[in-house]
Design a protein around this ligand. Structure first.
Ligand code: UFG
Length: 337
């Protein structure tokens, strides 16, 4: 079985990816600097799978540390998820975003090449499409509109250029839409530090009584009910998309992008209604002004991923909020409980 290195392994998406890899029989080398996540997630992944990932507390900025990890395992493929991801923080502190996201990727590629590892799956984002016209296809032009998004876009160019430099490289760029939900066990899930900016974690914390109410950021968009429309994807389906991409690297040389979304748009009001069904009671909310930087709609054209990765999402919006609520209820303070 292949040995797969996962950076950002203890995070929300990382822990679900590690679980999927272990379940598929991969040997997993897990790397994280724990700056925004807890090693408890991987302890729970071991309980769930009965298998263990080899964990190294190393930052992708630490080239010497990364080199030691590559020297101590026979790595076949890298899944690179480590990075900073908060749009607002990236506006306030762009330099950290460029430093960590670009610096981390550059270090990683250097060390991979040094150890003859040329297969990479990279965590990109739908944010690279910026203010383009939804639904977004991989052939659409890019144009991120904030520093975080620009670091993702520049990393895509970086990987594209690296792949063009030698035919041994096989790189998958996975453009995530809006990942939500949690593993069905309720044992691993998203554990945001501080007040969440994203809709579903905020809605769930409000249902749990941690916030007074949800503010719907604008109801005057040209959408089905005036509220913002997004393509929500269950994190377990997203993790399965990484496995599908790893498989596709057997036949795809060079660098190729795939959208990972459901292809279905849901409005904020539809998410609220689904969350209320999952929770079984009303969740206080009010309509406020638009949030600066938001677009009306961002939905994936998923035909390329469906065709080339033989992958499609299995879980509905109701599954996403039901699973997210189970995680929220059994871990009201995240991994510190
Ligand atoms: N929303 C609210 N109230 C809230 C939070 C969000 O109404 O309290 C709305 C937003 O206006 C938007 C929708 O809910 O219409 C989803 O918002 P999120 O913040 O959950 O997600 P975004 O689509 O804005 O952002 C996500 C990721 C970013 C990424 C972006 C584009 O969080 O990292 O998708 O890919 F850049």
């Amino acid at each position: 079985m292949p040995t797969t290195l996962v950076t950002g392994a203890t995070g929300y998406i990382g822990s679900h990816v590690v679980l999927a890899l272990l379940e598929a029989g991969h040997e997993v080398v897990a790397v994280d600097d724990l700056s925004n996540s807890s090693p408890e997630s991987l302890r729970r992944v071991s309980q769930l799978t009965g298998r263990e990932a080899a964990f190294h507390e190393v930052s992708v900025l630490d080239r010497v540390g990364l080199t030691k990890v590559f020297a101590s395992h026979e790595i076949d493929t890298v899944v690179h998820l480590a990075g900073l991801k908060a749009v607002g923080d990236s506006v306030a502190d762009p330099l950290s975003y460029y430093e960590v996201n670009l610096g981390g990727s550059m270090n990683l590629v250097r060390v991979m090449a040094e150890y003859g590892v040329f297969r990479l799956v990279f965590s990109s984002s739908a944010t690279v499409y910026g203010e383009g016209i939804s639904p977004f296809a991989e052939t659409d032009g890019l144009g991120a509109v904030n520093p975080y998004g620009r670091t993702k876009e520049i990393q895509e160019y970086l990987f594209g250029d690296v792949a063009a430099s030698g035919s041994q490289w096989r790189i998958a760029l996975l453009r995530y839409f809006n990942p939500v939900g949690a593993h069905v066990s309720g044992r691993i899930g998203e554990d945001p530090v501080g007040k969440p900016n994203n809709l579903v974690p905020f809605v769930m914390q409000t249902a749990a009584g941690r916030h007074e109410q949800v503010t719907i950021h604008g109801d005057d968009y040209a959408t089905i009910d005036g509220t913002g429309v997004r393509d929500y994807i269950h994190v377990v389906d997203l993790a399965a998309g990484h496995l599908a991409a790893l498989g596709a690297l057997d036949t795809h040389v060079g660098c190729r992008a795939w959208n990972l979304g459901s292809g279905v748009g849901s409005s904020v009001k539809e998410v609220m209604a689904a969350a209320e069904r999952a929770v079984g009671q009303p969740i206080p909310h009010q309509v406020g002004p638009r949030r600066p930087g938001d677009v009306a709609e961002a939905v994936a054209d998923v035909s390329r991923a469906n065709d080339e990765l033989a992958w499609t999402t299995q879980r509905t919006l109701d599954d996403m909020v039901t699973d997210h609520w189970r995680w929220q209820q059994s871990n009201p303070q995240g991994y510190t409980d």
